[in-house]
Design a protein around this ligand. Structure first.
Ligand code: A2P
Length: 347
């Protein structure tokens, strides 16, 4: 990784900051970093690994000599910059929904479908931050007992909506601390002391786009369009980490012990506690961790082939920045990162 030049578009955002924190700790020798954001942040200094780096405004001509462009801004930014980055010879790892469902774009969680990076044509998408932990849990179980149906209800932290939403939670909470009233109107909607059963816009089906993403993206990553998936995605006043209550119906019954064993054997998953210990993962504890944490695995009383579990993961890390860096490592490992010099030679 140290030989690469990585552009980070959205370096001043919640995911971008986490990306830089992971780079600092994961690689003994840092890759060359080009930090980018909007014109508002141009000139800002961010210190990474003891070095002061200047943020530049991201533009279509910013990607010369870039090997990997990580984009975590908005779909509009991805649509504008990703083709230009690919044109300049970079592989784009995109954190948004802009390209995820395109046939020519692999949607990758390396532990689940790392080999899909093989067929990239310049852009690789990472899944929505609630999809990633779901497929991490579903994959090892689906291998031995095909999943027929999943019902997932999420409890998603505000950092999933960006750094601005974290500020909103803090400001609303501070205002409410000394208030007798629990209704403060704001443009962002009230999230402090509240839960909001809507993330992203509503679709014609009555589901939200976030809920549709969980269904379609999971089917694509698991290569299993036959799995029926229904999600309800809810925003909760938590800063970091998304949680989910997940009901899985298999083809045959699956014992809790077998599921626990399979999940424990899956890289990137930690099963925490059991009925006897009364332990379970919670977002506060999981924030800052790389693994997806699973607890409260139990038989579903409403279905003989069903299991229920509680899944928590840091949405900024495995849900976004860490998954992106793992994709970069997968590209290097598989030799699918076309070096700039090679494209120049053949181009
Ligand atoms: P900026 O800080 O200059 O606005 P978050 O998800 O935490 O809200 O962060 C969004 C990230 O996307 C920020 O780094 C933000 O930069 C960046 N961004 C927003 N608009 C653009 C743009 N037009 N070009 C490049 N980066 C952008």
């Amino acid at each position: 990784m140290q030989d690469l030049t990585i552009a980070v578009v959205g370096a001043t955002g919640a995911v971008g900051a986490e990306f830089l924190r992971i780079v600092e700790t994961r690689y003994p020798t840092l890759p060359k970093l080009k930090l980018m954001a909007s014109s508002r942040s141009a000139g800002k200094i961010i210190t990474v690994g003891g070095k002061d780096l200047v943020v530049e405004e991201a533009a279509v001509d910013s990607f010369d000599d870039v090997d990997i462009a990580f984009i975590s801004a908005s779909s509009a930014v991805s649509h504008k910059l990703a083709p230009a980055a690919v044109e300049a010879g970079a592989v784009v790892i995109d954190d948004g929904s802009a390209f995820r469902m395109e046939d020519k774009v692999p949607l990758v969680v390396p532990e689940v479908n790392g080999s899909d990076v093989e067929w990239h044509e310049g852009i690789i998408s990472i899944p929505n931050c609630s999809t990633t932990p779901l497929v991490m849990a579903a994959h090892p179980l689906h291998q031995v007992n095909p999943i027929k149906r999943i019902v997932a209800d999420t409890y998603q932290s505000v950092s999933g909506a960006g750094g601005g939403a974290m500020d909103t939670l803090r400001e609303q909470t501070e205002r409410l601390m000394d208030s007798d009233y629990l209704t403060i109107k704001s443009e962002e909607g009230q999230i402090a002391y509240n839960v909001v059963p809507q993330i992203d816009r509503f679709m014609e089906t009555g589901y939200t786009f976030e809920e549709q993403k969980m269904r379609q993206e999971s089917q694509k990553i698991l290569h299993a369009p036959e799995i029926q998936i229904s999600a309800t995605c809810v925003r909760v006043p938590v800063y970091i980490s998304h949680s989910a209550s997940v009901h899985i119906e298999f083809t045959r019954p699956m014992a809790v012990e077998e599921a626990t064993k399979l999940l424990n054997a899956m890289p990137g998953i930690t099963v925490l506690g059991d009925q006897d210990t009364g332990e379970y993962p919670m977002p506060w504890d999981v924030a800052g961790e790389d693994d997806v944490f699973i607890g409260r695995i139990r038989q579903d009383m409403s279905h003989p082939n069903g299991l229920v579990m509680w899944i928590v993961s840091d949405n900024l890390r495995k849900g976004a920045a860490l998954n992106s860096l793992q994709i970069a490592e997968e590209l290097v490992y598989r030799g699918r990162l076309k070096p700039k010099s090679a494209s120049e030679l053949t181009g």
